[in-house]
Design a protein around this ligand. Structure first.
Ligand SMILES: [Fe+2]
Length: 215
């Protein structure tokens, strides 16, 4: 892939994140873009490798790459307000995210030429939530109301067999780490590096990949 093509791909994904951020981040008090930037900045501060940092930045991209008709996880606002009082107008139905956004994001990133590790880390952030809620019941209590509601659509906590299988995954610790950065990336008015900070890293990553983008 040429540097010019890589730059175009980065333009595309940044536009997806910026445009997606204009949607309401239901039940949360920061924008989707701030959330992604905060997740990435924690990975940066932790000294993570570049694939892990990019996965943290792009973990929710599947929320924004789909049409408005994409199947949404719909809940009554009253259900969210019960968990997180005053989160939304209590009379309407709300979406707490795109169904399968972790898989949609992973497929999208593979198509654009990101590495299998980046795609796998993005794909894992919902299964890790299912893992952590099974392994640590107190983890469920730490989730936001919207995240608790979406868990029901995502299959609920893992079974013991699924927990055991997940722990055999060589990437499982870093997958859990990304989920922890994801959960903590909801701080109002936190100053972190902006999107452009990650452009050289994303271009470098794409240039290193042997596979060609299919879009
Ligand atoms: Fe997230």
């Amino acid at each position: 892939m040429t540097a010019e093509k890589c730059d175009q791909i980065v333009d595309t994904i940044f536009k997806v994140l910026i445009d997606g951020s204009k949607q309401d981040y239901i039940g949360e008090r920061i924008s989707q873009l701030e959330h992604c930037l905060q997740a990435a900045s924690q990975a940066l501060d932790a000294g993570a490798d570049e694939e892990t940092i990019l996965a943290a930045l792009l973990h929710d991209i599947g929320q924004f790459t789909t049409s408005p008709n994409q199947k949404q996880m719909i809940c009554d606002a009253s259900a969210l307000n019960e968990l997180d009082p005053g989160a939304v107008d209590g009379t309407k139905q709300i979406s707490v995210g795109v169904t399968g956004h972790e898989r949609i994001g992973a497929v999208y990133l593979r198509q654009l030429g990101f590495s299998e590790k980046v795609a796998a880390l993005v794909e894992s952030h919902v299964p890790v939530k299912r893992y952590l809620t099974a392994k640590y019941p107190e983890y469920y209590e730490s989730l936001s109301g919207a995240s608790k509601l979406s868990l029901k659509y995502q299959g609920g906590p893992f079974t013991q067999e699924q927990v055991d299988d997940f722990e055999k995954d060589p990437l499982y610790k870093i997958k859990v780490q990304i989920r922890q950065w994801d959960d903590a990336a909801k701080v109002v008015d936190l100053k972190v590096p902006d999107l452009e900070y990650y452009r050289p890293m994303a271009i470098r990553h794409l240039l290193e990949q042997k596979s060609q983008p299919v879009v």
